[in-house]
Structure formats: C-alpha cells, structure tokens
Design a protein around this ligand. Sequence first.
Ligand SMILES: O=C(O)CC1=CCC(=O)O1
Length: 96
Amino acid sequence: MLFHVTMDVHVPHGCDPVRFEQLKAAEKARFQQLQRDGTWRHIWRVVGRYSNVSIFDVEDNAQLHDLLTSLPLYPFMEVKVTALCRHPSSLHDDDR
Ligand SMILES: O=C(O)CC1=CCC(=O)O1
C-alpha cells in the first residue's frame, strides 16, 4: 500500500542543539535503511520549510503507524498521511 506523507519538523525553543544533531543523525540512518528496504520510496524537501513530502510502501496502516511513530524525530513532527491507489491512466506499473 502506498501513502503520501508530509512531515513538518518543529524544533522546540531551548532544544539542546547537540541532542538535536544526534536525533537528526539517527533519523538519517533510519531513513536510509528504510530507503534501501524499499519501504520509504521517495523523499523531497519542501522548499523554504523544515518539511518533507515522502512516499511509503507498506503492508498496511498499522505498519505505517508503527514506522512513523518510531522515527527519532517523530516527537518533533506534525505528520499528515494520505492513502494512495493506482490511477487508472497511469503508465507506471510500480505505483500500487
Ligand atoms: O529533514 C527532514 O525532513 C526529516 C527527515 C526525514 C528523513 C530524514 O533523514 O530527515
């Protein structure tokens, strides 16, 4: 199942910058592992914002929920999820 996910990252005032850099490094490592697995299919930066738009390919809603809530930066994220299905006119056979 494919999902479009928007993640807006909100860094709280007074957050320890060293701790936050550690969380960012942990987030990057987790992201790159999920990208290698094919679970986190795509990511784009939203221009001008500390925000990304991503496409996830997971078994079900519960897997996406567990994945998102286990991300190191999750406590600082506002997450919006949109379920996707294949468009009947699509020429691509990997968009399901
Ligand atoms: O930088 C972000 O938008 C948050 C994030 C998601 C994956 C990653 O490496 O950083």
